[in-house]
Design a protein around this ligand. Structure first.
Ligand code: KG4
Length: 338
């Protein structure tokens, strides 16, 4: 029996999870409301909140999993990419825990963990995991990538954003409309009440399989500036249609390249991961492509879309099987590819 404690602290969610033989036993996440009034994550405050949360979160994860510390085979923690001060909390905790219990520790790449979240089993009869090779659209506040997943530890970026991430496009446009932070979920909610074809925004023309979202943000901003000159209530009166049209544009951009990669590589198994995979329009687009093109799709449970330690623990489980442990001198890294 292999039992992994996963620790995630790369940005503004402190999370701990327990996975036993690939099956989830607990996944506790403490968000950080402290950032809301600043309209974005404040790194110093995030590190401090991780320090406050980490012990109670681990305690809860063990309690919910109904296990004791002594039953844990190894501790896995996110090494990067992320905010350095935040990562230091999880990394240091992992080292202390490993040393105190005399168990191995495992470093995890946060981006790979998002992809491997699809291998978390809800119970031992859960056989809904993807087969290799498959494609994964990883869309979050910091990333927009199309990844070719060849095995648990062999992943290749086929296309990625050359500027903003899809989540940033949601958040920045939402901010311009005064919808608060993070704006993605608010846009999603309002979009359900509006018409996606009411407004047209520029789509990028980028060669190959890369994405670009900074042009859309600028086009959205200029469009609103012009409309507001004639009608100061324009945003308030058109909020729902603006959100629906913006969301449709972002989804069209994402799906268009993903479809082209799938066709070129002749891969019909396609997954989505990261914070933006919570978006209901994107989920509906995956369902539609599945019906239209015979894709076998993998859409994560909501709890595994944003940052969580369950995905770190499952990644740790597969590294444990490969005897891939790290040494106590390991340090976090803010930037690293998949
Ligand atoms: O993966 P994630 O939790 O962490 C970061 O990369 O920071 O992703 C957060 C991003 C934010 O940009 C947020 O607005 C976006 O995911 N997001 C959504 C939705 N839920 C979260 N975007 C669109 N629709 C949603 N329902």
């Amino acid at each position: 029996m292999i039992t992994i404690l996963g620790i995630e602290s790369s940005c503004d969610d402190t999370s701990a999870a327990v996975i036993r033989d690939g099956v989830i036993l607990s996944n506790v996440i403490a968000g950080q409301a402290v950032h809301e009034r600043y309209g974005g994550v404040v790194p110093e405050l995030a590190s401090r909140a991780h320090q406050q949360n980490i012990i109670p979160v681990v305690h809860d994860a063990l309690k919910q999993a109904r296990i004791t510390k002594e039953e844990i085979s190894a501790v896995a923690f996110t090494r990067g990419p992320g905010l350095l001060g935040s990562l230091l909390v999880g990394t240091s905790f992992g080292k202390g825990f490993s040393s105190a219990l005399n168990i191995p520790m495992i470093e995890i790449n946060h981006l790979q963990a998002h992809v491997l979240a699809h291998f978390i089993k809800e119970d031992e009869h859960d056989t809904n995991q993807p087969g290799f090779p498959f494609l994964c659209l990883l869309v979050s506040g910091g990333n927009s990538q199309i990844i070719l997943v060849k095995s648990y530890d062999d992943m290749e970026i086929v296309g990625q954003t050359i500027d903003d991430a899809a989540g940033e496009a949601f958040d920045k446009c939402a901010k311009v409309m005064g919808l608060g932070y993070p704006g993605g979920p608010v846009v999603d909610r309002l979009a359900k009440l509006g018409s996606p074809d009411k407004f047209k925004f520029n789509k990028p023309h980028i060669a190959g399989y890369d994405y670009s979202f900074s042009g859309l943000k600028t086009s959205f901003l200029y469009f609103l500036r012009d409309e507001l000159k004639n009608n100061a209530d324009f945003i308030e009166k058109n909020k729902e249609d603006l959100c629906a049209s913006l969301q449709k544009t972002i989804i069209d951009i994402l799906m268009d390249k993903l479809y082209r990669v799938a066709k070129e590589l002749q891969i019909k198994e396609v997954a989505v991961a990261g914070g933006v995979s919570a978006n209901s329009g994107l989920r509906a687009a995956f369902e539609e492509y599945s019906r239209r093109y015979g894709w076998k799709i993998h859409i994560p449970k909501f709890a595994y879309t944003t940052d969580n330690a369950a995905m770190v623990a499952i990644s740790g489980y597969y590294k444990f099987l490969d005897n891939e442990f790290c040494t106590p001198d390991v340090v976090p890294y803010a930037r690293v590819s998949i």
